[in-house]
Design a protein around this ligand. Structure first.
Ligand code: DQA
Length: 149
């Protein structure tokens, strides 16, 4: 009997439920559902499954990171604006055993000065940014690669 596929928790922070209409020149025209559907296809091709969630609320995102830590699930997270200032989310991710991949649709380092700092990057396994929707599928590949290491 085949073992159950690894499930990756894919967490999306504030305003990412607005993709499709939110600043399309920066984030593209795909909705979050479009992005996650493409990501799920990549996961399936690699024998992985996804549990994707979105919240505008910092406490909710932190509780989901704790859930992944307790269940030893890999994480892909787009912390959105929390990337730049949430020490609480950073601390939750620092206690996660990994793999964990930070993902961004845009390249925050090439934008406003405040986006150049990620308080999340130092505590995750890898960061992928700047490829719009493709960032997410590449993040799934990154988790697969980290699991194989
Ligand atoms: C983002 C970049 C962040 O700076 C911004 O606050 C977002 C989206 C991205 O995916 O490019 O909400 O995380």
């Amino acid at each position: 009997m085949n073992p159950a596929p690894v499930t990756i928790l894919v967490l999306n922070g504030p305003n990412l439920n607005r993709l499709g209409t939110r600043e399309p020149h920066i984030y593209g025209t795909d909705t979050l559902t479009d992005v996650l559907n493409a990501c799920a296809q990549t996961a399936e091709s690699l024998g992985l499954s996804l549990d994707a969630r979105q919240s505008d609320d910092e406490a909710t995102l932190i509780s989901w990171v704790h859930e992944a830590t307790d269940a030893r699930m890999p994480i892909i997270i787009n912390p959105a604006a929390f990337t730049h200032y949430s020490y609480a989310l950073r601390d939750a991710l620092a206690a996660h055993p990994g793999p964990s991949v930070e993902v961004h649709l845009s390249n925050p380092a090439a934008r406003e000065d405040f986006r150049a700092t990620s308080v999340i990057s130092p505590v995750v396994s890898a960061t992928i940014a700047g490829l719009k929707a493709d960032s997410y599928s590449l993040a799934v590949r990154a988790v697969a690669s980290l699991l194989a290491q």
